[in-house]
Write a protein that binds this ligand. Structure first.
Ligand SMILES: [Cu+2]
Length: 117
């Protein structure tokens, strides 16, 4: 009886592990396809200052009026993606911030660190 219960409990775990294995295997297999690999060679990191203007739906991104960024672009307002929601949880429109972000070849600008000034 207890053996049967135990095997019933283990069964879903085995399925999950098996599916994780399948994901890993297909991930490795697709490594041959260059388009499936996130480019890192074209990624560049910048640190700048700005003013928080607004947020995207569910705070998936924050619009910041940033200063001139040497080697990247002139001052303007544009969106940046937090890597985790906690990074921008305490920010409000009007806050002055200093932040570092990574701009990658896929056009995304992800915030590495951000702090109010
Ligand atoms: Cu910009």
């Amino acid at each position: 009886m207890s053996d049967r219960l135990r095997s019933r409990r283990l069964f879903p775990v085995v399925l999950v592990l098996a599916s994780l294995g399948a994901v890993t295997v297909s991930g490795i297999a697709s490594g041959d396809d260059a388009s499936a690999v996130v480019p890192t060679s074209g990624a560049a990191k910048y640190t700048t200052r700005g003013v928080v203007k607004s947020f995207g739906p569910e705070r998936k991104y924050v619009n910041i009026a940033h200063e001139d960024i040497d080697g990247y672009m002139m001052a303007m307002t544009m969106s940046f993606e937090p890597r985790s929601a906690s990074q921008i949880a305490s920010l409000s429109p009007g806050d002055k911030v200093r932040f570092t972000f990574t701009a990658s070849d896929d056009g995304r600008r992800r915030i590495d660190a951000i702090a109010k000034e």
